[in-house]
Design a protein around this ligand. Sequence first.
Ligand code: ASP
Ligand code: MG
Length: 412
Amino acid sequence: MKIYVQKYGGTSVGNPELIKKVAKKIVKRAKDGTGLVVVVSAMGDSTDRLIDLAHDITVNPPDREIDMLISTGEQVSISLLAMAIDSMKHPVVSLTGAQVGIKTNDIHKRAKILKVNSKRIIEELNNGKIVIVAGFQGITENNEITTLGRGGSDTTAVALAAALKAEKCEIYTDVDGVYTADPYIVPEAKKLDVISYDEMLEMASLGAKVLHPRSVELAKQYNVTLEVKSSFKECKGTIIKEVKSMEDVLRVSGITYDKKIAKVAIIGVPDKPGIAFKIFSDLADNNISVDMIIQSVMYENINDISFTVAQDDLNKTVSIIEKTAAELGARGVEYDKNVAKVSVVGAGINKTEVAKAMFQAMSDEGINIQMISTSEIKISCVINANDVEKAVKAIHSKFILNGIDIQHHSAI
Ligand code: ASP
Ligand code: MG
């Protein structure tokens, strides 16, 4: 039997009407004897509402009890979806993470999946049933309920697809695929037919918000083909898989941005061994993840070191760094929240050509670039947050103008 795993996000099962619509779609698909395993998220924003409830009770709810509470959101949606399918006279069963045997470690609120037992699902599929599985949740060795971190249903779906050796893992959502840029900013942005895991990872963690980054990592590790597509529009989505291309093909997959960053600079630190180590170990010891790092040489024996962090971590970062700066005898600490990162992502991008077009687009618009970093598949610039939309638009049209291919992937 060919098995497909499907995942429907919270907005796709947000109310009874939508649940019935999804049920119809699933039953239609199962008619030809395809084995269907369907992972669902909690309805709409119900996870947020459960978390609010917990905070109405106490400011400091224990992590174990939070998991006990928020895992119920998915139990509501799986049972309702199963009822809808049952009412259409198709055999169906809903299962919690524990019933399936999705084993996780014991880190509450951000547990990692250790093992998936496929026995029960296979039995149910062999009995002709559609199997509905609660996303986002698992169970520890000691039978404690855990959750996988916000947005974790994607990860459940990929883990099941890997364990069941499914043909494909289809992620149904409220967008119809992955675009070359945010279509709200760039109306002429194109939907990508195919994108590689690594590119998608960059896009996912840079703010393309379509897939949970961990699910893409897992898909890459187990070679699970993913497809992101619309829950209700009938059209092809974007396939995420290993893509090999000719080395000389200039390929850019998309332009993404992240407004939730902040820039921090330590001004006037001595230029001697051990300084960067001291700064970044103080941050690492406090679990602050740092993204771009730039050291600029001011004049003899004095440097500035700047870096970016998540906006949520800014206050904590500044209080740590002010102490570090004092210890190092630096001149001071400056920070700026009103910055954003714009990135161009593409496997095998020819850096000079792409970089030239990217920088030229920003120069034409009079946008000042504050920081630049590059990797094998990405060029990122930190700019003023107010310039983000202008920058994304300008880069997109400059690429088209310069004949840089930002949509076609010649997979061979
Ligand atoms: N319901 C969970 C959340 O809102 C998991 C998910 O949606 O993937 O984070
Ligand atoms: Mg959700």
